[in-house]
Design a protein around this ligand. Structure first.
Ligand SMILES: [Fe+2]
Ligand SMILES: [Fe+2]
Length: 192
């Protein structure tokens, strides 16, 4: 077993307020998506409960964890250290909870996406976006697409995320562009 009840309780006890509710929602969504699309339900749930374990940390604390675990931030991540919470959470998952590499990788790329995502990577990314406590324009469309196709739903998430980042004048991580291009190269379109 990847994560027994005691370990799960220990992980959840590190999360508070909205993040606790979001994480439970993400766990439910990840397990459901794994069932729907033939993924590993246990790994999806384990990745979900750990994915935001470092999100409460300050930018400096994110950078400190990067130094500790040998994560080298790119220029975009240096400007927006909160973006590093996926990579730092993956390090915690590996070192403190013995998570397998594929689970750590899904956690590491849940914030930005990346080129060549695995089924587990996609499940966690989408679960994080559509879980039940999320309430923003477009989330219903993402949930609707997630009932039909993992890839179409995922492309919709990237589309929305990129559009919003541009509208807000924010930096775009190269991995997000890589993730988007990968879908487009493969002929995925979210519109019919
Ligand atoms: Fe996150
Ligand atoms: Fe999250």
């Amino acid at each position: 077993m990847l994560c027994n009840d005691e370990m799960r309780k220990g992980i959840l006890s590190r999360l508070h307020g909205y993040r606790y509710e979001h994480t439970l929602g993400c766990e439910r969504a990840a397990r459901l998506l794994a069932e729907r699309f033939g993924g590993d339900v246990e790994k999806a749930g384990f990745a979900a409960i750990l994915h935001d374990i470092t999100k409460h940390l300050s930018p400096q604390e994110q950078l400190n964890l990067c130094a500790k675990y040998g994560i080298i931030p790119c220029n975009v991540e240096k400007s927006e250290p909160k973006m590093l919470h996926g990579k730092t959470a993956a390090a915690i998952a590996r070192v403190e909870y013995g998570a397998p590499e594929d689970v750590c990788e899904a956690i590491a790329c849940h914030t930005t996406g990346k080129h060549g995502m695995t089924l587990l990577d996609k499940i966690l990314y989408l679960a994080d976006y559509i879980e039940e406590t999320r309430d923003f324009p477009g989330v219903e469309k993402a949930r609707e697409l997630a009932r039909l196709s993992l890839d179409r739903a995922l492309l919709y998430c990237y589309d929305q995320t990129l559009t919003e980042l541009i509208a807000r004048g924010k930096l775009i991580h190269s991995d997000t562009i890589g993730a988007y291009n990968d879908m487009i190269y493969h002929g995925i379109r979210w519109r019919e």
